[in-house]
Ligand binder design. Structure first.
Ligand code: UFG
Length: 315
């Protein structure tokens, strides 16, 4: 298929673009490189360096079979400080993309949604039918995009799939996480053995969990990429489907740091710190729906994620 990958210069977008190329697809990347990196765009993909608002219509006028939409602002804290930026960049630019798809009759799209659409869950593991009550503008803007996509699917016959990622980690060879502002736990922990910081902070040790720290559901970026390829084939005209993507089991912050110690062989210093505002205690996905409907199953565990992230970070 001829595919447009928005945000293909970013962490997840670049990994998926690489896997799509390896599977024989033709890939055009649309990315303004505001947070992504030009050199992360895989060889073989064409890069159009522009915003969706400026270029989606022009690019899609060339005729495409589908879109994978990763381009987004994704920092929860920043979204609380600058809600307008998140509504404008996430919802506004997505709307421009969906409208360009309508005009140029692009039949399918796989969209990067997030566990942040659920907010503080009532129960775990979280199913797709559970209430969506985002607790920050980032999650709210992603939920609004899911809703908009459902309307575009219903009205214009587009086949849409929203994949709600839980905690994505790991790397794929030379493609990995390189954020200027790094908030995620694994790359931050790995900065200690890399000599880039003295210690890592554990945000909150008084949560109602076994060891007092937050529990998250980690998924390897390569398993995530595999789900995108399956979702692309599953886009049915006029329908919008939502699938959670996680492993169904969780690890605490302390457990993550322990795995990082084992994999790197370094005694990583961890400092118990106050809670980070807005962090739910436990976020674990039920991925039963995608397993049942698309046959997807995660194949790589937390150790594999840390091993690959460490190989990437220390290369
Ligand atoms: N944490 C630390 N120390 C750090 C960084 C994180 O203790 O230096 C903790 C956090 O408080 C949290 C856990 O590690 O309990 C995981 O934090 P991340 O920042 O790695 O991931 P989040 O669960 O906060 O965020 C992820 C995605 C977001 C998404 C959110 C909810 O990165 O995009 O899940 O779906 F919004």
């Amino acid at each position: 298929m001829k595919l447009l990958v928005t945000g293909g210069a970013g962490y997840i977008g670049s990994v998926v673009a690489a896997r799509l190329l390896e599977s024989g697809h033709e890939v055009v990347v649309l990315d303004d490189c505001s947070t992504g990196h030009e050199d992360a765009v895989p060889t073989g993909a064409t890069l159009v360096r522009a915003t969706l608002r400026a270029a989606a219509s022009d690019v899609l006028s060339g005729g495409f079979d589908g879109v994978l939409h990763f381009a987004a602002k994704s920092l929860v804290g920043e979204s609380v400080e600058k809600p307008g930026l998140y509504w404008d960049k996430n919802l506004g630019e997505s709307l421009a993309l969906f409208d360009a798809m309508r005009v140029h009759r692009v039949p399918r799209i796989v969209f990067s949604s997030t566990a942040a659409t659920y907010g503080e869950p009532e129960r775990t593991p979280i199913a797709e039918t559970d209430p969506t009550r985002p607790t920050n503008p980032y999650g709210a803007s992603k939920l609004a995009i899911d809703t908009t996509l459902a309307e575009y699917a219903r009205m214009y016959g587009i086949g849409g799939v929203s994949l709600r990622y839980f905690n994505v980690a790991g790397a794929y060879g030379t493609y990995g996480e390189r954020h200027t502002v790094e908030t995620h736990i694994i790359p931050n922990v790995l900065k200690v053995p890399l000599g880039e910081r003295e210690s890592v902070s554990i945000f909150g040790t008084d949560y109602p969990t076994e060891d007092g720290t937050c529990i998250r559901d980690y998924i390897h970026v390569v398993d995530l990429a595999a789900a995108h390829l399956l979702a692309l084939d599953a886009c049915a005209p006029g329908t919008h489907e939502i699938f959670n993507l996680g492993s169904g089991s969780g690890y605490s912050v302390r457990e993550v740091i322990d795995v990082c110690r084992e994999v790197t062989g370094h005694g990583i210093d961890a400092v118990e710190s106050p809670r980070r505002p807005g962090d739910p205690a436990v976020l674990v996905a039920s991925s039963a729906k995608i397993t049942e409907r698309l046959g997807w199953k995660p194949e790589r565990d937390l150790r594999a994620m840390v091993t690959d992230a460490w190989a990437f970070a220390s290369r």
